[in-house]
Design a protein around this ligand. Structure first.
Ligand code: ACM
Ligand code: ZN
Length: 633
């Protein structure tokens, strides 16, 4: 072999390794939410059986123990946690609390440095250190999420110097545990999933027409009666109402002891649990337990998911002093149980028809000069605020609490879009943005023809477009935002995961990352990487972003044409009108609108990447196309 050939072969090998290295680096640095600043180094660190965790500062020890627990199961290594001593930090993961670190960026700020010798995370206090640990977990291979020792993984962390901090202090997810009850263990599991992505508020919707989920000493019937309804399966809102004599056997509730355990679990992970006790509307479970709290006393039942709005009284009577005595008692116990500064009182969608007819409500309006039932609701919420203030708590309500006049110190959770939040902020009130068009995780995330039953549409793209600070609004008044998972159509814990992920990742990035660091294509790449983590952790997630989007378009002749698109780039769409299942051998969509051949009854569509199917097949009846004109469905 002459020297020229040897040189070329060497260059080839070298190029291969350099490329492979670059590829590996690119693959490994895939953090969600994207950090403020990432500098890549060229010395990776590999965790081995001798690696220890070194802590500095009292808050670091508990976090060190948590990190050790994360790492021990998949690596099978002992991961001892020791106090930092001396300067020798070789082969260690140092967790350092330094009260002077990045004070201007708040308690969530951290710095994560990885080089060939060690890993170091620095923060001013516990939360930042904890978030640094979450980022570290994302730099390890996905098998780190497994619970059994994995012997064939190299536990290598790429060399990095990451500086990171949160854009908003309120980074929430809401779970509705009323429409369906979710177990205590699931709530902990949900918290585990949240904190990986740096969420710090877990809003639990504890009461509604379909169940009261927290046991209170003063009012035992709230859970003895109010936590149970007749069992039903099928499509929500179409369920048969309770039949005479039928036993209410479906439901459940948390005891105070359960809730203390959940709160403790959350607190250790820097998550605040915000309880919601919904009133004056959405109160049928409470009214079932205590019918005297309704405007019309009757034999009520917890609603199983049948239509009842406007036909059954589900609002507490605003004219009856007993209502306020009841709520004072409820909030006394809620305020004692939950350390959160804020308590959510609901306030949404109250059907006020019964108030119009009720002598007590009418008397109250007369006495207080209230012109309409909106003002009566405002009176109601202002009294609740006073009750909460007396217990050292602050009130949050859905944006309907603006109607008839906002309580003086109320924080508004804006859900019917951003308008309520904007109005509240203009009055100087604090706001949490949860607009349904960006943050309602109970909506469809892909084509209704192939997704589990729910309503409306919220694709991953739409969540990623969530921008919590409207133009012209003082950003200091926007505490942050949250994704809301209502559970009418979420009967199982696995389905709650499916609805949350990956859309929760888009919420997390909107709430943590700087606006100018966000980028859809980069996000999608990272999401794909995180699917592997979900699989290792046995988290059920949706792959709907790979599916085609089928829309109808009307031409000048009034015929309906078909437009096919995808949420993410780089997919091929193949389709048929001839009833066969589409493959790469079927016609490929080239961006031109398709005419529907005469006689065709459906279009079948599927996406492919590199010649392999990646999305699910969608069979769309031609007669459905009209309903898809101008909409993402
Ligand atoms: C709500 O979705 N009714 C707050
Ligand atoms: Zn009344």
């Amino acid at each position: 072999m002459n020297s020229r050939v040897v040189y070329c072969a060497c260059m080839l090998v070298l190029t291969f390794f350099v490329n492979r290295d670059l590829f590996a680096q690119k693959q490994e640095i895939s953090i969600i939410p994207v950090p403020v600043q990432v500098e890549q180094g060229n010395k990776a660190f590999t965790i081995n059986s001798k690696t220890s965790i070194r802590t500095q500062g009292a808050e670091a020890t508990a976090i060190g123990d948590m990190l050790a627990a994360y790492l021990q199961a998949p690596t099978g290594y002992p991961m001892p946690v020791k106090a930092q001593s001396g300067r020798n930090t070789r082969n260690s993961i140092a967790l350092v609390v330094d009260p002077t670190y990045q004070v201007s960026h708040g308690e969530d700020a951290y710095r994560l440095q990885v080089d060939g010798k060690s890993i170091k995370i620095t923060a001013s206090s516990g939360p930042g250190l904890f978030y640094g640990v979450q980022t570290l977990m994302q730099l390890l291979p996905p098998t780190i999420e497994g619970t059994q020792p994995v012997t064939n993984s190299a536990w290598t962390v790429p060399g990095v110097d990451i500086t990171d901090y949160a854009r908003f202090g309120w980074r929430g997810l809401m779970l509705d545990v009323s429409r369906h009850f979710f177990s205590k263990d699931f709530l902990k599991r949900y918290i585990d999933q949240m904190v990986r992505y740096k969420f710090n508020v877990f809003h639990i919707h504890l009461t509604d027409d379909q169940g009261w989920r927290i046991a209170l000493d003063r009012y035992p019937e709230l859970t003895e009666k109010g936590a149970w309804r007749v069992p039903r399966q099928g499509k929500w809102w179409s369920f048969q109402p309770p039949q005479p004599g039928e036993a209410a056997t479906y439901g459940g509730y948390y005891t105070k002891e359960d809730m203390r355990e959940i709160i403790q679990y959350a607190t250790e992970r820097f998550v605040t649990i915000v309880p919601e006790i919904n009133s004056p509307g959405h109160s049928l479970a409470a009214i079932t337990a205590y019918p005297e709290l309704a405007c019309v006393e009757d034999d009520y039942h917890v609603n199983p998911g049948s239509r009842f709005y406007g036909q059954v009284c589900n609002a507490l009577c605003a004219g009856n002093e007993k209502t306020f005595e009841f709520l004072d008692g409820v909030f006394t116990e809620i305020a004692e149980l939950f350390p959160s500064e804020y308590i959510h009182v609901g306030g949404d969608e109250a059907f006020r028809g019964y108030w119009q007819e009720c002598p007590k409500c009418q008397k109250r309006m007369e006495e207080h000069g209230l012109k309409n039932v909106e003002e009566l609701q405002s009176y109601f919420i202002k009294r609740l605020e006073k009750i909460l203030h007396d217990k050292g708590k602050r009130l949050i309500g859905w944006d309907e609490i603006l109607e008839g006049g906002l309580a003086p110190d109320a924080t508004v959770m804006s859900w019917r879009g951003m308008a309520g939040g904007i109005e509240a902020a203009k009055m100087g009130h604090q706001v949490i943005m949860t607009p349904n068009r960006h943050a309602y995780l109970d909506l469809y995330q892909g084509d209704p023809l192939i997704e589990p039953e729910t309503y409306s549409m919220l694709r991953l793209t739409q969540v990623y477009d969530f921008e919590p600070v409207p133009e012209g609004i003082d950003p200091k008044l926007i505490l942050g935002g949250q994704g809301n998972l209502w559970a009418e159509s979420v009967p199982t814990e696995k389905h709650a995961e499916y609805m949350t992920w990956p859309r929760g990742l888009a919420v997390a990035e909107a709430l943590w990352s700087p606006k100018d660091r966000r980028d859809w294509n980069g996000f999608v790449e990272r999401v794909e990487h995180h699917f592997a983590y979900f699989e290792e952790a046995d988290v059920h997630y949706a792959r709907s972003m790979y599916d085609a989007i089928i829309m109808g378009v009307k031409n000048e002749q009034d015929s309906i044409l078909v437009e096919l698109t995808t949420e993410i780039e780089g997919l091929d769409i193949h389709y048929t009108f001839d009833e066969t299942d589409p493959g790469t051998y079927s016609p490929k969509y080239n961006g031109q609108l398709l005419e529907v051949p005469s006689g065709a009854s459906q279009i079948k569509v599927r996406t492919f990447r590199n010649g392999k199917p990646i999305g699910r097949q969608i069979n769309c009846p031609v007669k459905e196309l009209e309903g898809r004109i101008g909409s993402m469905i």
